[in-house]
Design a protein around this ligand. Structure first.
Ligand SMILES: [Zn+2]
Length: 303
């Protein structure tokens, strides 16, 4: 990973303070992030050794249970990419490939796929499905060895990085001309979170240092991609989980209720994928246009 800037170079108004970290609206970076930014050594330890065992103990079990739903979502993403890639250009790199199911889905759809994954546990898990994974961080020294790609995809990665700008630049360097980047990450400090916070007694539960370093929203991620030489092709949302909080299901800090809410969202999407896929796409694009959605999904094409 590229060298992290000293925190002194990051300047902006502090907007929240959690567990000894301030969230600032950084003028240097153009998006919100915590200071101090954790060191690479601290993060290396967190992701290589213990992320999936101590931070996310139920992760693999949950993902297996949700696999049908994930695959519907993933197929939808691949179809979206096919819209922007010339016929026959089907080479995809996933940065932070986790359990590897996104890549497995792509392989089944005829894509040539490669993953980068720092966690040994997740790498071993995904290699069982015959997917090619590099067990390492994706950075300038590891990136160039695998050729060029038509798509670089990262799902819930940019919020964890000390230097997301360096990572996106590095991703750009392995893209074919006209290649696309797809970034999915939490849409934080969004309007529904503000409503909950200002009126319904919620603390900023989405601020989670040191795991979550950066707090992007639709505007800041699009601005960053444009600054780094991408044209925005798509902007869509995932289900606004805040709907549950606004409906009285206070799942924050209650994993069991969180899982129940997740099942409802899953059922909603499975039914919509089956019977009203076009409406689902319209709904999520409309939400995205208004800054709403638990995560954003933004696709940029290299200019
Ligand atoms: Zn900054």
């Amino acid at each position: 990973m590229a060298e992290t800037k000293s925190w002194r170079e990051h300047q902006g108004k502090p907007i929240d303070s959690v567990d000894g970290f301030d969230v600032i609206e950084c003028q240097t970076c153009g998006f919100k992030h915590i200071i101090p930014i954790p060191t690479l050594e601290e993060l290396d330890k967190l992701y290589k050794d213990k992320f999936y065992s101590t931070e996310k103990p139920r992760y693999f079990k949950d993902v297996e249970e949700d696999l049908e739903w994930w695959n519907l979502t993933y197929c939808n993403y691949y179809h979206l990419f096919e819209k922007y890639c010339q016929k026959g250009n089907r080479r995809l790199l996933e940065i932070g490939s986790g359990p590897g199911y996104f890549l497995k889905c792509g392989k089944e759809l005829g894509w040539d796929v490669l993953g980068f994954e720092p966690s040994k546990q997740a790498t071993e898990y995904s290699q069982k499905s015959g997917i090619e994974i590099v067990n390492d961080f994706f950075n300038d020294s590891s990136a160039g060895k695998h050729g060029k790609f038509d798509v670089v995809y990262m799902n819930t990665v940019v919020e964890h990085l000390p230097d997301p700008i360096a990572l996106i630049k590095c991703a750009k360097s392995v893209l074919q001309s006209e290649g696309i980047i797809c970034i999915i990450a939490p849409n934080d400090y969004n309007p529904l979170q503000s409503i909950l916070r200002e009126n319904l007694g919620y603390e900023p539960w989405w601020v989670a240092p040191p795991q979550h370093i950066n707090y992007f929203d639709f505007e800041s991620i699009k601005r960053l991609l444009k600054r780094l030489g991408f044209e925005i092709m798509e902007s869509t949302a995932t289900f606004p989980m805040e709907f549950f909080l606004l409906s009285g299901d206070s799942y924050v800090g209650n994993d069991e209720l969180g899982r129940k809410c997740h099942f409802k969202r899953k059922t909603f999407e499975e039914n919509m994928y089956k019977y009203g896929k076009e409406y689902l796409k319209l709904i999520y694009r409309f939400l995205a246009d208004n800054g709403i959605g638990r995560e954003f999904m933004v696709v940029g094409r290299q200019k």
